[in-house]
Design a protein around this ligand. Structure first.
Ligand code: ADP
Ligand code: ZN
Ligand code: MG
Length: 484
């Protein structure tokens, strides 16, 4: 029997606010900060304290909801999700359950199969937990992250392959970064992905039993885990077994998913409305002003890059997925007036991205400014250096931070293409070597190559070889005509 994978994603994104979700503690980089330095009675879960909603976090959540074309609930409710875990000091997490911030959105993804609209089921606000670090016989608790605003974005089960899953996660991260609500720094755990995966006989409408893979924090892990889980479930079904509804973890080293919790062991969270927080009311006027302040989003920018700059689907996609890369491209375009746009796009998406990848740098950390790259491309486009020299110059600009001008001058890489100048050099060489010229005219044709070398020497190796060749041929032909 043939089976079709059915996948829905839950993505948790920390919101880049100044302070936490329900208290005034600052949000710090939890991979850098000293443990437990930003903790107060509210986020430490002391009895008797009162949470206060962070307005900026709500605004950020609304930005995302609007960007995903959701219906925003005018009234949403915070609830207590009760469970015990050492990283959750209150014994419950404040989250939105039955009445989330927003519902029914969508996000367009691009894969090798074309475009697809993925439906968003819900977007809701909650708070992050602390972080546990396990050692052999003890565990350390860091509450810096406890109470950091967290947005959960849940799709309908619309995805059908690991490729689509990845494309969705990439597209969502791109939206979050354009909106400036999340750094997208997945190694730091600020965006965590949980795919829910089931199989069903191809053609069937009914959903199969799903498993959920917890907390993936790289696109590669996501893709591998989804592929593995599809294979695993199809093996189970092919052999007449049943897939158990359970939570699984991804073992990166072994490349397998591992059962963690079965449905029977699933806790009952005993949700109830948070008695210390009133319903969250979103005023229409506020929502409108947030909508009006949304930046150009990745899909719109991609389309503009295709239509306005004439870039291909692929190149426009590569350049617009990160707002900083798109900004970089546009800055080079402004600085390099006259340089062909596809040339600029190809140099950025090809050689420059290659150098950045090698060094593990993002475009924000690029040592070559857009103006400096424009300088190099102008010189290349004017024919003063060739493609190969430009590549070497780019690498040197990258490592030394010097301008193209300086590097090319230092190495004497600039080609002389000026026809009159080269004509003068050729005439000089012809005058200085009457014997050789005579021998050439008498049939020693290979002396032309020797004469070429003399002119190149006179030009200190910088003559444009095509121009030199053409000029030498012309002068020798003229002499030939006069000689015969
Ligand atoms: P929870 O996991 O909290 O119970 P839901 O039941 O709403 O939440 O589902 C979470 C995610 O799992 C959603 O993205 C949804 O689309 C997806 N999902 C639900 N059922 C299935 C299924 N049978 N196969 C694949 N994905 C599913
Ligand atoms: Zn606090
Ligand atoms: Mg779930």
């Amino acid at each position: 029997m043939h089976y079709e994978p059915v996948i829905g994603l839950e993505i948790h994104a920390e919101l880049q606010t100044q302070s936490k979700m329900f208290c005034a503690c600052p949000v710090v980089d939890s991979t850098q900060a000293e443990p437990n330095i930003v903790v107060c009675p509210v986020c430490a879960g002391m009895p008797g304290v009162l949470p206060v909603v962070n307005q900026r976090a709500v605004e950020y959540g609304l930005r995302v909801a609007l960007a995903l074309q959701c219906q925003v609930n005018q009234r949403s409710i915070f609830a207590r999700k009760n469970y015990f875990y050492p990283d959750l000091p209150k014994g419950y997490q404040i989250s939105q359950y039955e009445e989330p911030l927003a519902r029914h959105g969508r996000l367009l993804i691009h894969t090798s199969q074309g475009e697809k609209l993925v439906r968003i089921r819900r977007v809701h606000l909650e708070e992050d937990t602390g972080k546990l670090t396990h050692f052999e016989n003890y565990t350390l608790v860091d509450l810096n992250r406890a109470g950091v605003p967290l947005l959960e974005i849940v799709t309908e089960p619309d995805l059908r392959s690991a490729e689509e899953v990845r494309a969705y996660a990439v597209a969502l991260r791109s939206v979050l970064r354009y909106l400036g609500v999340n750094s997208g720094d997945m190694q730091k755990g600020v965006m965590r992905i949980e795919p829910n995966i089931s199989l069903r006989p191809t053609g069937s409408e009914r959903l199969g039993t799903r498993t959920e893979i917890k907390n993936l924090n790289s696109f590669r892990a996501l893709e591998r885990a989804v592929d593995y889980e599809i294979q695993r479930q199809s093996q189970v079904l092919q052999h007449g077994g049943v897939v158990l509804q359970e939570t699984r973890g991804w073992d990166e080293g072994r490349g397998v998913t591992v059962a963690q919790r079965s449905k029977e062991a699933e806790q009952d969270y005993r949700y109830f409305p948070e008695p210390d927080l009133p319903p969250l009311l979103v005023e229409a006027q506020w929502l409108q002003s947030i909508a009006a302040g949304l930046p150009e989003l990745p899909a719109a920018r991609l389309q503009r890059f295709q239509e306005h700059y004439g870039l291909s689907d692929y190149t426009a996609g590569v350049l617009t997925v990160e707002p900083a890369a798109a900004d970089y491209f546009e800055a080079v375009v402004r600085a390099a007036n006259g340089t062909p746009l596809t040339m600029i796009a190809n140099w950025i998406s090809g050689d420059l991205f290659g150098l950045l990848n090698q060094e593990g740098l993002g475009i924000e950390g690029c040592p070559i400014t857009p103006q400096a790259l424009a300088g190099l491309l102008r010189i290349l486009n004017a024919g003063e250096i060739n493609q190969n020299t430009a590549k070497i110059a780019l690498a040197e600009m990258f490592s030394s931070g010097q301008s193209a001008e300086t590097i090319i001058a230092q190495h004497g890489w600039r080609q002389i293409s000026d026809r009159d100048h080269i004509a003068g050099l050729v005439a000089g060489v012809v005058d200085d070597h009457p014997e050789e010229v005579k021998a050439y005219l008498n049939g020693k044709e290979n002396l032309a190559r020797w004469l070429f070398g003399q002119v190149m020497r006179a030009a200190k190796g910088q003559a444009n070889p095509q121009v030199l060749q053409a000029e030498l041929e012309q002068q020798l032909n003229a002499l030939k005509a006069g000689y015969e």
